[in-house]
Design a protein around this ligand. Structure first.
Ligand code: XXG
Ligand code: FE2
Length: 358
């Protein structure tokens, strides 16, 4: 398949620090509050009848998540913090040069954030860049407030897009570096993880019908914090919020849990990936047939995890049209039992199939 390249401008891209917050449109704000505040324990920075601003325990900027009441569940913004006010200008110039629609708001799009630019990026995602932000109390030392499942940082976004190599070339032009990917021997890329901060990723591209939002991920300190969230959901008779996990990822080596919020927006709870800050950090490439790539213990991925994702909005608040992936999907290749998945390298040549033992 030819991956029609997105022409990249000959301009310095904005210096992106990290993924910083997501604006999520939810259809029942009270139900979402019950999930994100009462169950997950995110900290309310401020709220009104129509919006709730939430942050994690180690955060010092105003929020990591905005919940906004609206008619259709969707994502209004994937927001990244940049290094300086001038980097907001650089972001504007960069996307204008790509011919993207942009909107600049000196007073920000949401409370607590100043001068920002929102763009409809070449993949159809609403990206936002800002530097100016209100500082709030970093609650890291407030152990009197921590619950056993405390969410301490926003870790990453995950985006679904039909053509991963095309999206990757654009993100690499924007300054992201690839940490890991999943591919096959025909050169099909199924997913890739890219970073700015020195963790495994700030966002990832998952190959599928898109643009859609696959998940937003928050970090806990330890694995036992994730187990506590599972126990709490069980005690609340809300175990049906658990979609996948808990488990250990192959990709990223992190411990994980995926939950679905009342609108079906997927939230990952994630902990203990690895440091990637050296310039020669090695790229890890996984074979799509490796049965341990997505779950190190070999547990199967539920089909909904591959197929379901949230819609995203354009700058007018309309839902972006979803385009179908043409290349093979990971679900068809691995869940669809093609007989070529393996746990031990060499099993397939010997004719062994997933589930058989040597
Ligand atoms: O953050 C992640 C993920 O994208 O959510 C999924 C790290 C690893 C994986 S995977 O399912 O590939 O192990
Ligand atoms: Fe993730």
């Amino acid at each position: 398949m030819t991956h029609t390249p997105i022409p990249l401008p000959d301009l310095t891209p904005p210096d992106i620090l990290r993924c910083a917050y997501m604006e999520l449109v939810v259809t029942d704000l009270a139900a979402s509050r019950a999930f994100y505040v009462d169950v997950l324990g995110l900290v309310v920075t401020e709220e009104s009848d129509t919006e709730i601003y939430l942050r994690t325990f180690e955060e010092f900027i105003h929020h990591n998540l905005v919940l906004r009441q609206g008619p259709v569940a969707a994502v209004a913004s994937f927001a990244f913090r940049v290094r300086s006010p001038e980097d907001v200008d650089r972001a504007q110039a960069y996307y204008e040069a790509m011919g993207c629609r942009i909107e600049r708001r000196p007073n920000g799009f949401v409370n607590g954030v100043g001068d920002s630019v929102r763009v409809e990026d070449p993949l159809g995602f609403p990206y936002e860049f800002f530097y100016a932000v209100d500082h709030v109390e970093r609650l890291a030392w407030r152990y009197d407030l921590y619950g056993a499942g405390a969410l301490v940082r926003l870790d990453h976004f995950n985006q679904v897009t039909p053509d991963v190599p095309r999206g990757l070339a654009y993100l690499e032009g924007l300054g992201f570096r690839v940490t890991e990917d999943i591919e096959d021997s025909d050169g099909v890329v199924y997913a890739a993880w890219v970073r700015r901060k020195p963790t495994v990723h700030d966002t990832a591209l998952t190959g599928g019908n898109g643009p859609r939002m696959h998940h937003i991920a928050f970090a806990t300190h330890e694995k036992h914090n994730i187990i506590h969230i599972c126990d709490k959901l069980g005690a609340l008779r809300q175990s049906d919020r658990i979609e996948r996990g808990p488990g250990r990822h192959g990709v990223s080596n992190a411990f994980y849990l995926y939950l679905l919020d009342p609108d079906g927006h997927r939230v990952e709870i994630y902990t203990q990936d690895y440091y990637t800050g050296d310039p020669d950090n090695p790229v890890v490439r996984w074979d799509v047939h490796d049965n341990q790539r997505r779950d190190w213990w070999g547990n199967p991925v539920v089909p909904s995890w591959y197929t379901e994702a949230s819609l995203v909005l354009d700058l007018d608040g309309n839902v972006q049209v979803v385009e179908v992936r043409e290349e093979p999907t990971e679900m068809a290749v691995t869940v669809g039992a093609d007989g070529f998945s393996y746990t031990r390298v060499g099993d397939t040549e010997k004719g062994f199939k997933l589930g058989n033992t040597l």
